[in-house]
Design a protein around this ligand. Structure first.
Ligand code: CMC
Length: 432
């Protein structure tokens, strides 16, 4: 069969180039522009990567028009209903669901690494006491390259594997430590007899003065949150990890780049911002005022938790968390949560508004994840930390895939220079 191509013609010079079309398993095809500069002397221009695929990937597929999300081909709804976070980690990292023995070995490997070096805990003590927990996390994960420099040779598959296990295993410990430090409470050590979610809840909430009983409803909800946030293909933080590690930077430094990117309110920081918005709204009767602001072109205000670059129908993760919110509140015997009621009303009003429907702005995962975490008693400033904990495996899976991909090179975007033409230096006493 003849190669499928797209022809680009420069109407000014008459030069043309035939670019190959590449087709994946699902989703839109791409045309391969790699030889375009050599043949046409031009780059493509795409701020924000709206129309650019930066890699090919086997890991996660999203169909934003129909609201589909799959990890390694498995629909998110099935994984959310039937799997657990560590099994999903194995799937993302290895491409297949594990056998019983493979899962046991993986769990043991993760368990071997849950403690953090005692020196890291002194390192924490150097932070300002009420810094945001994301500030701790960026610093602590970056510092892992100092504490665990025996696994930073990215050319060694064994080093890559150990650092992957270390990151997945230590993230809950570091995340819980960031909370404990900000509260002035003693750090807890991990307990390997607990599962991943239970262990995190224990390290975060247990205090030495009283027995701590893990609430199974909360552990189940956290397991769901972790699964739903585990990967999301080439979003800003994952692309940051890929770009940072394309220079062969060590995995801890690269994951740190992902955490930093996730922190922003347009990305993972939105879950925190949603709660702030709902608190500001205070009463459903004030919702129209906030909707009006979000629609005003002269006001930079955005309704946090709404909109997504890819989902133009609904975000399947938001649907699953919204259902889980109802279940959690019912199980906890909470018949009336004013914040949740305000959220439901905000969703209803926004979805009926032409501004939101014309722009296909639906509630995204962050809209409901904040609400469910708040209902579990998790403080607002820990929401993005938990997102980072969940996404660590996705960042690592994408990093590992990239390291094995012969097509990947150092990331080096080009630009359209619109600055001054060449001009001569003027000595300071001659400047106007
Ligand atoms: N409130 C009001 N208007 C909005 C919103 C919003 N939340 N989001 C997008 N718009 C408008 C935007 O003003 C633009 O309007 P117009 O076409 O008239 O200029 C149009 O919708 C398209 O917006 P965009 O900024 O070009 O879309 P984008 O794909 O670049 O941005 C987004 C996606 C998620 C950054 C954006 O929708 C947003 O800022 N949402 C609020 C923050 C948020 O909830 N982020 C979490 C994203 S999901 C999880 C994650 O990634 O962590």
């Amino acid at each position: 069969m003849a190669e499928e191509t797209v022809t680009i013609i420069d109407n000014t010079t008459g030069k043309r180039v035939d670019l190959p079309i590449l087709r994946g398993t699902h989703g839109p095809a791409v045309f391969d522009v790699r030889k375009m500069y050599a043949e046409l002397g031009m780059f493509t221009y795409d701020p924000g990567f709206v129309s650019t695929a930066t890699c090919s990937s086997y890991i996660t597929y999203i169909d934003g028009d129909t609201g589909i999300l799959m990890y390694r081909g498995y629909p998110i709804e099935q994984l959310a209903a039937k799997s657990n976070y560590l099994e999903v980690c194995y799937l993302l990292l290895n491409g297949e669901l594990p056998s019983t023995t493979q899962l046991q070995t993986f769990e043991r490997n993760i368990g071997d690494h849950t403690m953090v070096h005692e020196g890291m805990r002194s390192f924490y003590r150097g932070f300002w006491h009420d810094a945001h927990p994301m500030a701790f996390l960026v610093g602590a994960v970056g510092a892992m390259s100092a504490f665990y420099h025996d696994s930073t040779d990215v050319s060694s598959p064994r080093h890559r594997e150990i650092s992957a296990h270390r990151l997945i295993a230590k993230m809950p410990t570091l995340a819980a430590d960031s909370y404990k430090y900000s509260m002035g409470q003693p750090f807890n050590y991990p307990t390997n007899s607990l599962n991943y979610s239970e262990n995190f809840l224990y390290m975060m909430f247990a205090v030495p003065t009283a027995p701590y009983e893990i609430n199974p409803i909360h552990a189940k909800a956290l397991n769901l949150i972790l699964i739903l946030h585990a990967d999301h293909e080439q979003n800003a933080s994952t692309s940051s990890v890929r770009l940072a590690s394309s220079s062969l930077a060590n995995p801890f430094a690269s994951i740190c780049a992902g955490i930093a990117s996730l922190w922003g309110p347009a990305h993972g920081g939105a879950n925190e911002a949603v709660i702030r918005t709902l608190n500001e709204i205070e009463d459903p009767k004030n919702i129209p005022k906030f909707i009006k602001r979000a629609k005003d072109k002269n006001d930079p205000y955005r309704l946090m938790g709404f909109g997504h670059r890819i989902y133009k129908n609904f975000d399947p993760r938001a649907t699953l968390i919204r259902d889980a919110c109802h279940e959690l509140l019912d199980d906890m015997g909470v018949s009336d949560d004013p914040l949740f009621d305000t959220a439901l009303e905000l969703e209803r009003i926004a979805l009926e508004d032409d501004y939101f429907s014309e722009r296909k702005l639906y509630p995204n995962v962050d809209f409901y994840s904040g609400i469910i975490m708040r209902a579990m008693g998790i403080p607002v400033n820990m929401f993005t930390v938990i997102f980072a904990m969940a996404r660590t495996v996705g960042w690592i899976a994408q990093w590992m895939e990239m390291m094995d991909d012969p097509e990947q090179r150092i990331g080096r975007p080009r630009q359209l220079y619109v600055g001054h033409e060449k001009r001569d230096y003027i000595p300071i006493d001659k400047r106007p």
